[in-house]
Write a protein of this length. Structure first.
Lengths: 317, 219, 482
């Protein structure tokens, strides 16, 4: 570990919160294009965050400390998650901490806080949203773990740096199991980030909303932090997906040219990924909330199938 | 070359399995037929790949038969049938879909386990595909059990045949030509007979729901 | 030459009858082609008697002691069934159950069915064996659904789906067999030829072979009607026309069992263990016991005798499972006599149901008064199938039972109980049907009883004296079944 890597780690730490709203803006723009609407500016999420930070915080009378602390916890958890995923280099000081299981744990921590905050004020919508969020989370987590495990079975490690190293810097091999896991991971990401077809981030329809229901009571900088955390979550999931399934272009050693290449590659991959996500959202219809378990069950099944296929087809080569 | 083609066959095998699962979870008959068609196309591609790798001439023929029979002819017959019988409605299943899927996973694990010793013996490019073939046979079998309409049952039957063909081409480089021709002929004739049957069943029962066909049993 | 005629006559008959099956003389044509097949089969049999086992057409066909007597038996029962079906189907037609078009379908499919069975019996190629079995399923599906009633459609649908699934398992087994064989025999053709497989069976991969045999047994076992894969069998027998029930019970089950035995020979050679035998004994014993207990619950006469067929197929499967020269000898003999007796019974049942106008046993009474020959035919046939001496069934069951006592004593009580239950059930039901009082008028139709008494005479003969060449075949076949 030397000064460069520490600096680089610091850079990644800054990069994540800065890039995350951009990704959200990009997805919104693609969606608008695909749906023949005039698109909002690319930087719209930044304007919104800025506006929210300037606004005054209005708290419910019975809001407890948990309600006030939750946005900071959630934001911190998401920044941490987005930072430890190897995006620019696999040789970073936080690298050893980048364990897949730990990552899922961080996501779960954030989920617990947002659900607690949702229930804290005691409105019926908050409780409803928290319950639905826990249901989705309960079903999505095993599927997420399974699809990560498929990748880690190939590289014999749950450390994300090692996974990226093995998959990205080895002779090109077709892994059918990764295709299964990739589809499963995409489905889980859609559910976890409150996207269509599980949830719709742009509406506040009481029959269907999940994420929006929990944060109805937030305002001002608290809401800004939560929105920012949501963007970070999206970013973290995208980076995780890229790290697991498209790890090419992440350098092992750190030089300036490598780094700029890696950054350009990351932006390029995120742009493609965001466009694809917008495409999926445009093509699919929001499903009833009771169908969500079926959707996530399918994701879980695909992930398990990926693992089985790996065990049968790809071992002992 | 042969390294990549082996991987390609593995990929096709995985897609075949995925399609079997998709069929298991599919409610609409029309999509079911399209999935069956896709399965036929995968089968055709894998047969052609094996033919390319091993240079066995007769496998090209068998790929061609698959293309004509399973991608073009049988889906066409099925499309015509459901149009004339007017059965586009959603399928009612005997279990709900997630339960069926879970049973499906158990079946896949079971057949992979069963096939594991065989996979270790196989000397072919596509050595591990026996398990996948067996799994898709089992899944089609499950589909036949869980569906209550006649047409999906028959599609399940045909999908089972697909799985078997996949086992034949990928694990053993294809059966002798005469056998493959015979099997193809049997499938075709069986399909025609069933087509005739559908009309008669509907004439007699006013429905293609085979739950009507439960009068003959031990009392 | 005579070999190709055995296959050629039924095929030609199927084609000719497809064109002429609706004419008035179609039944005669049907009988004529069956007779030609029988003559060709007899000549072939004589040829094999004189020259030993032979292969034909680049080793694609094989006639050896195991299948030659089945070929002859199939041809014989096919011929007598065609004799029986002539008046039977005419009455059905006169009563308006069948249109002329259906009669054409019936005659054509009957011959095609004979062809597929002959092909299955004589082919040396395990793949072709599968194709022929599947084709036999298809033809019989059409025959079972001939009446187009709701019940017959249901029976045919069940038959198609169950046997279709079963036969698909058999195909998987065949693929695995090929998979095991191609390493030894190479790709070019020979790897599915039974004679080649038999030559190298000792070095076939045991793990693959055990799996292959399980699939083959389940697959062809569905067609044999082994419990728990038997559900189609009673329905198909009860709802199809009676001549079809006779050939299903008398011939098709034999052919399917023959396929299982061919596979068992290979599996035994490869496995060095008794897995195949144990599986067959298990399936056989379960079939015997379950079928026996189902017998007493039947109301429909054809269903009852269908269950009796399951029971007897169970006995034969058990016998082959035990193995050894005596048990296999008993099994082969039992196959022969069961086929003859059961088809004779179905002929008699066909006339009885036509005379009484119902298949329900409680409504069939006093056959002996309605038509003495039918009544006696049914009674004697029933006695024969129940294993009364001096009929041949007694001899074969005696052989199998004594071997079971010696080799598998644990199974004997089950067998004895099942046979006892079956006896009580069938005899208790047939006796009032034959000797009870009837108020029905005597019908003018003269029954075709010649086939019934011909079969029963042959069964009686086999019970008293087995011709030496036949015994010789049985012994040879039993030796390599093991």
């Amino acid at each position: 570990m030397n000064l460069t890597t520490i600096l680089l780690q610091f850079f990644a730490l800054i990069l994540a919160p800065v890039l995350a709203p951009l990704l959200t803006g990009w997805i919104n723009q693609c969606r608008a294009w695909l749906q023949n609407r005039s698109a909002p500016p690319l930087l719209q999420p930044y304007y919104q965050l800025g506006k929210l930070f300037e606004k005054e915080v209005v708290l419910a009378h019975n809001a407890s400390g948990v309600f006030r602390a939750a946005p900071y916890f959630i934001f911190a958890a998401m920044v941490l998650a987005a930072t430890i995923i190897p995006t620019l280099s696999t040789d970073l000081p936080f690298g050893p901490a980048a364990d897949a299981i730990a990552l899922v744990g961080i996501f779960a921590l954030a989920r617990v806080f947002i659900a607690l905050a949702g229930m804290d004020v005691g409105t019926s919508f908050g409780t409803l949203g928290a319950r639905r969020e826990m249901l989705v989370g309960f079903l999505a987590e095993p599927a997420l773990l399974m699809s990560i495990f498929t990748a880690s079975l190939i590289s014999h490690s749950t450390s994300l740096s090692t996974i990226v190293d093995t998959l990205g810097h080895r002779e090109f091999v077709i892994y059918p199991s990764l295709a299964f896991a990739g589809v499963a991971f995409t489905m889980v990401s859609l559910a976890e980030n409150a996207r269509i077809p599980v949830d719709n981030p742009t509406t506040h329809l009481e029959l269907t909303m999940i994420h929006e229901a929990m944060i109805l009571e937030y305002s001002g900088r608290h809401l800004a932090l939560i929105e920012w955390a949501a963007a970070l979550k999206m970013y973290a999931y995208s980076c995780l997906g890229l790290a697991l399934f498209f790890p090419w272009g992440v350098p092992q050693d750190v030089t300036l040219s490598n780094l700029s290449l890696a950054l350009a590659g990351l932006l390029f991959k995120l742009a493609i990924g965001g466009a694809l996500l917008a495409l999926i959202e445009t093509l699919s219809a929001k499903m009833r909330i009771f169908r969500a378990p079926e959707f996530l069950g399918t994701a879980f099944m695909l992930a398990v199938l990926g693992m089985l296929v790996h065990l049968l087809l790809e071992t002992g080569k | 070359m042969s390294h990549y083609s082996g991987q390609l066959i593995n990929l096709l095998a995985a897609v075949l399995l995925l399609l079997s699962f998709a069929m298991l979870g599919q409610r609409r008959i029309l999509s079911l037929i399209n999935l069956f068609m896709a399965q036929g196309a995968v089968l055709c591609a894998s047969t052609a790949t094996v033919a390319l790798v091993t240079g066995q001439k007769h496998l090209y023929w068998s790929a061609l038969i698959t293309l004509v029979l399973k991608v073009l002819l049988l889906p066409w017959i099925l499309h015509r049938l459901i149009r004339r019988l007017n059965v586009k409605w959603d399928i009612e299943t005997l279990f709900n879909i997630p339960t069926t899927m879970l049973i499906g996973i158990v079946l896949v694990i079971f057949s992979f386990n069963l096939a594991l010793p065989i996979s270790e013996l196989a000397g072919t490019v596509s050595r591990s595909t026996v398990g996948i073939a067996m799994a898709s046979v089992m899944l089609s079998f499950l589909m036949m059990i869980t569906r209550s309409k006649a047409v999906p049952q028959v599609i399940g039957f045909l999908a089972m045949e697909n799985g078997l063909f996949f086992a034949a081409t990928s694990a053993t480089y294809g059966m002798p030509m005469v056998v493959e021709l015979g099997i193809a002929l049997d499938v075709l004739v069986g399909m025609v007979i069933l087509g005739v049957f559908f009309f008669q069943i509907r004439e007699q029962f006013d429905s293609l729901d085979i739950r009507h066909l439960e009068q003959l049993k031990e009392d | 030459m005579e070999f190709f005629l055995v296959l050629g006559f039924p095929l030609l008959g199927g084609m000719v009858l497809a064109l002429t099956g609706h004419t008035r003389r179609a039944a005669e044509y049907n009988a004529f082609f069956s007779l030609c097949t029988l003559i060709a089969a007899s000549v072939l049999t004589l040829h094999i008697v004189n020259h030993g086992p032979q292969m034909f057409f680049e080793e694609q066909f094989l006639v050896d002691p195991l299948n030659v007597f089945l070929v002859a038996l199939t041809a014989l029962v096919g011929f007598t069934t065609s004799l029986f079906s002539r008046p039977y189907m005419r009455i059905e037609h006169d009563r308006g159950h069948l249109s002329v078009g259906r009669l054409r379908l019936y005659h054509s499919m009957f011959q095609m069915f004979m062809f597929t069975m002959m092909l299955a019996l004589t082919t040396n190629n395990m793949g072709i064996l599968w194709v022929a079995m599947e084709a036999a399923t298809l033809t019989t599906v059409l025959l079972v659904s001939l009446y187009r009633t709701t019940a017959s459609l249901e029976a045919a649908w069940k038959y198609f789906i169950l046997c279709g699934v079963g036969i698909a398992q058999a195909l998987f087994g065949t693929i695995l067999l090929y998979f095991a064989a191609e390493k030894l025999l190479g790709h070019e053709g020979g790897a599915l030829l039974w004679s080649h497989l038999n030559a190298v069976k000792g070095s076939l991969e045991p793990t693959v072979m055990s799996l292959a045999f399980v699939f083959l047994l389940v697959g062809y076992g569905t067609k044999v009607g082994l419990v728990p894969l038997h559900n189609w069998l009673p329905d198909a027998h009860a709802e199809g026309p009676t001549p079809v029930s006779a050939v299903l019970s008398g011939l098709l089950l034999n052919v399917a069992l023959y396929a299982v035995v061919r596979c068992k020979v290979l599996a035994d050679g490869a496995l060095h263990s008794n897995l195949a035998g144990l599986l067959m004994m298990g399936f056989g014993l379960v079939s015997v016991v379950v079928a026996a207990f189902f017998l007493s619950r039947q109301k429909d006469i054809k269903r009852m005798f269908a269950y009796s067929s399951i029971e007897h197929m169970g006995i034969v499967t058990f016998a082959f499972g035990m193995g050894g020269p005596v048990a296999s000898f008993g099994g082969l003999l039992h196959m022969t006599v069961h086929s003859l007796t059961k088809s004779a019974i179905f002929f008699a049942v066909g006339h009885a149901t036509q005379k009484s106008g119902t298949q329900l046993m409680e409504h069939i009474r006093g056959l002996i008064k309605l038509s003495p020959t039918v009544g006696w035919g049914l009674m004697l046939g029933t006695l024969a199938i129940l294993g009364m001496p001096p009929f041949g069934v007694f001899a074969s069951e005696f052989l199998i039972l004594t071997t079971a006592m010696k080799q598998q004593p644990w199974a004997t009580p089950f067998l004895l109980i099942a046979l006892g239950v079956a006896f009580a059930a069938i005899f208790g039901k047939v006796q009032p049907m034959v000797f009870g009082e009837s108020s029905l008028p005597r019908l003018p139709h003269k029954p075709a009883m010649l086939p019934v008494f011909l079969h029963l005479a042959l069964v009686l003969l086999l019970g008293l004296w087995i011709p030496p060449y036949l015994a010789g075949w049985y012994q040879q076949a039993a030796r390599f079944i093991g």
